[in-house]
Ligand binder design. Structure first.
Ligand SMILES: [Zn+2]
Length: 158
């Protein structure tokens, strides 16, 4: 399904986190994301910036459709809607100049720490988490997916 926004709790009540552009996600992935957003990512952003995380700039599933964009490697989880690439985090209202935190180039210590914390929290919520430093294909985004691995202990976090 195409997911335009995911429900999250705000201090003032129910709210939504917008995904731009809307990615195609499996139901299972949408559920995993909604739990992570609501229990980890949105509260982390509130703690770091004192403002609400309103929007994620995401990959529509084309960025690493084949792992690392090589043609011989197996189709990645993007092909099945079980993965998402996150490029940036929009805080507050974009029109009012709310800051955007880039995964590739966080601006300053607070933003860097937020991106690190977001990545760490994703490791508990997804089977695979890849980002800058993992390999060249993930230098500018955070890749999360729910690919089933043989054992829980084989979660992959880089
Ligand atoms: Zn990806």
């Amino acid at each position: 399904m195409i997911v335009e926004a995911v429900a999250v709790r705000r201090p003032e009540g129910p709210g939504a986190l917008v995904l731009t552009p809307p990615p195609t996600l499996s139901c299972e992935m949408a559920r995993a994301l909604s739990v992570w957003f609501d229990t980890a990512l949105v509260p982390l952003a509130r703690g770091a910036f004192g403002t609400e995380l309103t929007q994620l700039r995401v990959g529509g599933g084309h960025e690493c459709r084949r792992r690392n964009r090589q043609t011989q490697t197996p189709m990645s989880e993007h092909a099945t809607g079980r993965a998402l690439d996150i490029f940036a985090f929009q805080l507050g209202e974009e029109r009012q100049g709310g800051p955007v935190v880039s995964v590739e180039k966080p601006d300053g210590l607070v933003q860097s720490r937020f991106v690190d914390a977001a990545r760490q929290s994703a490791c508990g919520a997804f089977m695979t988490v890849l980002g800058p430093g993992a390999d060249a294909a993930h230098a500018n985004h955070l890749h999360v997916d729910i690919q089933q691995r043989r054992a829980k202990s084989s979660r992959f976090c880089q």
